[in-house]
Design a protein around this ligand. Structure first.
Ligand code: GLU
Length: 470
């Protein structure tokens, strides 16, 4: 049978990394089996679902590269189908109308709680003959009274729930709307889902869903319940630990490849291997190798992976992601080198794309002022001769390539009888405004002749002003 998995988020907020990891596992399982991945938006909780959240989820999934083969389906568009199944269940006798008032159900619960029992509907209306009344009712599923529900979870192993722990679940509310667990069942059945990969907070729903599937004569999917992600303090990962939404990771300068690689390893492993290309993930991933224990989020490791991918992916590809950050930081790119060249020049140093964008500003825009420390140290009167000579040589040079530029700096130092640093450092501060940059030949090449010459003028003016003030 064709493997079909799904990700079924409720659109009540952004796409959380925990959800993204579940989606990734579900996606990988489908891809590794040559199957299909379905996206379903579980928006039946109308009060809490928003269009904004739907968009945030789609944006997050798209950014992560978790493409879906079917969907997005929306539960709110499937109400007729749920109604149809409920009507059939009433006829088949696998569901019944319950006229118990809220007051009765509440009293029952209070009494059970007082007696130390877990609250459970007592099935009062289960065998009621059809009523000729227009009193309000809910519809309940006739959960089996005996036996147990067993399933072999791919992450947690064999699990068994006794039916005596489960009561007759409401599948349709008084207002006629279907309830959450019921919609999930009908959807998984209709959509042909063969593997349900989801968070372990849903484990208690599974026996109820299995019972309903059985009552419908539907095939049972297999299940994998994935553990939580914790923060570094052992508490459930939340906003106070830092970024939790997928798009926030983008905003902080991570590449989707890094986040994906990080998330796949967070709770799954294949020997000691840390770096996985998407192809390798698909080849090697297995639900059965997912860790049962919760995993702790480690930002240092994510940064390490991010740096790895910034350095090793095709610069033209990294540049596409960098462009977003350049815009976000309002760096005017009208003048300056190709972004892919920036990536090649600066990728060794940057852990994030935010850093890469920030440190590349001087390639595109004039720096506002010299970095005070660097200028104090390197733009001193003694540096004037070196700057004047190197500027002359650059001016006279038409071969704007790394080797030629490198040669010019060497020749300048030789002619003045000083070390390379005595030319290089003032020149660096002159053309970048600060004391740090990639190698000078590369930096000069990317800034270009005209701007490099002008910036050396700026440095000479700075030195002159300094002399005048002393
Ligand atoms: N809509 C549920 C959630 O967002 C997931 C349900 C499921 O995967 O079965 O937690």
């Amino acid at each position: 049978m064709k493997v079909k998995t799904r990700f079924a988020p409720s659109p009540t907020g952004f796409l959380h990394v925990g959800g993204a990891r579940t989606a990734l596992y579900s996606w990988l399982h489908a891809k590794s089996k040559g199957g299909e991945f379905v996206l379903r938006i579980e928006d039946t909780d109308i009060a809490r679902s928003t269009q904004e959240a739907v968009e945030a989820i789609l944006e997050g999934m798209t950014w992560m590269g978790l493409t879906w083969d079917e969907g997005p389906y929306y539960q709110t568009k499937r109400f007729d189908r749920y109604k149809e199944i409920i009507a059939k269940m009433l006829v088949d006798g696998t569901a019944y109308k319950c006229y118990c008032t809220k007051e009765r159900v509440n009293e029952l619960r209070e009494a059970q709680e007082k007696a130390g029992l877990s609250p459970r509907y007592d099935s009062k209306c289960r065998e009621l003959a059809p009523q000729n009344t227009d009193a309000p009712y809910v519809i309940r599923f006739k959960n089996p009274k005996e036996g147990s529900v067993k399933f072999d979870d791919h992450v947690r192993g064999p699990i068994e729930f006794s039916n005596t722990e489960l009561d007759d679940l409401i599948i349709q509310r008084t207002d006629g709307t279907p309830t959450y667990n019921f919609c999930v069942v009908v959807d998984d059945w209709d959509m042909g889902i063969t593997y349900v990969v989801r968070g372990e907070d849903h484990i208690n729903n599974t026996p109820r869903q299995i019972n309903i599937l059985k009552a419908l004569g539907a095939p049972l999917p297999e299940y994998a319940h994935v553990a939580m992600i914790l923060g570094d303090d052992g508490a459930k990962l939340s906003k106070r630990h830092g970024a939790v939404s997928v798009m926030q990771f983008r905003d902080e300068g991570y590449l989707p490849e890094a986040l994906k690689n990080y998330l796949v390893r967070l709770g799954w492993s294949h020997g000691d291997q840390e770096i996985f290309s998407e192809k390798e993930m698909i080849e090697l991933f297995s639900l059965d190798a997912i860790n049962k224990a919760p995993s702790a989020f480690n930002t240092e490791k994510l940064l390490w992976l991010n740096q790895h991918y910034i350095k090793s992916l095709d610069p033209a590809y990294v540049a596409q992601h960098l462009a977003w950050h350049m815009d976000n930081q309002k760096i005017d790119m009208t003048n300056g080198p190709a972004l892919a060249d920036i990536v090649s020049a600066l990728s060794e140093r940057a852990k994030t794309l935010v850093e890469l964008a920030t440190t590349s500003r001087y390639f595109f825009e004039e720096y506002e002022a010299f970095d005070a420390t660097a200028a104090k140290k390197h733009l001193r009167p003694v540096a004037k001769d070196a700057l004047v000579l190197v500027q002359q040589k650059l001016q006279a040079n038409d071969d704007w390539t790394d080797p030629a530029l490198h040669q010019i700096i060497n020749d300048t130092a030789d002619e003045l009888g000083v070390g390379m640093g005595k030319v290089g450092m003032p020149l660096r501060v002159a053309i970048t405004g600060g004391g740090q940059s990639p190698s000078l030949d590369v930096t000069l090449r990317l800034i270009g002749k005209e701007r490099s010459i002008k910036r050396i003028d700026r440095a000479l003016e700075f030195i002159a002003a300094r002399v005048a003030a002393s």
